[in-house]
Design a protein around this ligand. Structure first.
Ligand code: BTN
Length: 273
C-alpha cells in the first residue's frame, strides 16, 4: 500500500501519506498530528498494515490484523461545525462507491455509520472533530475495512457498543476467497472521498444532496423500526435522515420524530420490511 502515492490523481486526499507496518491506532496518531503538527495538511492520510489498539465507536476495540485497510484522514474543512455529521456520510458514500467499482459487490449503510454487505458488517467509520467557535478546526475520519481478512480466523461476530453481537464479513469472504487489490482499492477510495468532500464544501444546499444519496443506500429506509431509548421504545417508519445525522421516523399518528445518531441510548432493535 506504500506505493499508492505515485499513482494518485487527487489534489488533496492522500497527497501526504504516513505509512506504518504496525501502529497503535491510525486515529490516535491522526488526532495527535492534527493537534501538534502544522505539516499535517488537509487530506493527510495515516495508513497502517496492522493496529494494536484499533479504536471503534464508543471506545470499543477494533480488531485490525494484516490484510485489512485501516486508515485515518485529517481534514481541515471550511464548514460550520453543525455540518460535521455529513463528513461521516461522505466517507460512507465513498466506501460504498469504491466497493461497487472495485469488487462489483453491493453495500448498504447501516445507520449511523456501518457499511454492510449481505447484512454483515464489512466496514466501520469513526469521526472525531475539534471545533473553534462554530467552525470545524479539524476532523479525523477513521475508516476500517475488512478487505483481505479471513473473518472465520478472527471473529464471526463482534459486539457493538451495546454489547450485542453483530455479524461481520470481509470483502474476501464475500468474493468467495478472492483477494482485493488493496492499493487500487485505496486509490479509488481517496478519489471518491475527494469527489464528495469537494462537493460538500462547495454545495449551497447545505448537505441535502449528500443526505439524499445516503438515504438511497440506507438499509432501513421504508422499514418500520423499533428504536430502544433509555426508558422507552419508539416505533415508526424510517423516512429519511436529518442534517444532523438523525434518523427521521414517521409515527403511526403521522407525526415525525428525529432520533439522534449521537444518542448512545438509541438503537434499532427490530425492523420489518
Ligand atoms: C466502528 O466501531 O464501527 C468504527 C471502527 C473504525 C475503525 C477504524 S480502523 C482505522 C481507524 N483507526 C482506529 O483506531 N479506528 C479507525
Amino acid at each position: 500500500m506504500r506505493s499508492i502515492g505515485k499513482k494518485l490523481k487527487t489534489k488533496l486526499i492522500g497527497r501526504q501519506i504516513y505509512y506504518y507496518e504496525e501502529l497503535g491506532s491510525t486515529q490516535e496518531l491522526a488526532i495527535y498530528l492534527a493537534e501538534n503538527n502544522s505539516e499535517a495538511v488537509n487530506g493527510t492520510a495515516i495508513l497502517a498494515e496492522r493496529q494494536e489498539r484499533g479504536r471503534g465507536r464508543i471506545n470499543s476495540k477494533w480488531i485490525s490484523p494484516s490484510g485489512g485497510i485501516w486508515l485515518s484522514i485529517i481534514l481541515k474543512p471550511n464548514m460550520p461545525a453543525n455540518k460535521s455529521p455529513l463528513l461521516k456520510f461522505i466517507a460512507a458514500l465513498a466506501v460504498c462507491d469504491t466497493i461497487a467499482q472495485n469488487t462489483g459487490l453491493e453495500s448498504k449503510v447501516k445507520w449511523p455509520n456501518d457499511i454492510l454487505i449481505n447484512h454483515k458488517k464489512v466496514c466501520g467509520i469513526l469521526l472525531d472533530i475539534a471545533t473553534k467557535g462554530s467552525s470545524i478546526e479539524y476532523a479525523v475520519i477513521g475508516i476500517g475495512i475488512n478487505a483481505n481478512v479471513n473473518i472465520r480466523k478472527i471473529l464471526p461476530y463482534i459486539p457493538d457498543h451495546k454489547g450485542n453481537d453483530v455479524s461481520v464479513t470481509s470483502l474476501k469472504n464475500e468474493l468467495s476467497g478472492k483477494y482485493v487489490n488493496r492499493p487500487s482499492f485505496l486509490k479509488l477510495l481517496f478519489e471518491r472521498l475527494e469527489h464528495y468532500y469537494c462537493y460538500l464544501e462547495k454545495e449551497d444546499l447545505g448537505g441535502v444532496v449528500i443526505l439524499d444519496q445516503i438515504k438511497d443506500r440506507l438499509d432501513i429506509l421504508n422499514a418500520v423500526v423499533t428504536i430502544q431509548q433509555k426508558d422507552k421504545t419508539i416505533e415508526g417508519l424510517v423516512v429519511g435522515l436529518g442534517l444532523d445525522g438523525s434518523l427521521v421516523l414517521k409515527k403511526n399518528d403521522g407525526s415525525l420524530i428525529e432520533v439522534l445518531s449521537g444518542d448512545t441510548r438509541s438503537r434499532v432493535i427490530k425492523q420489518q420490511h
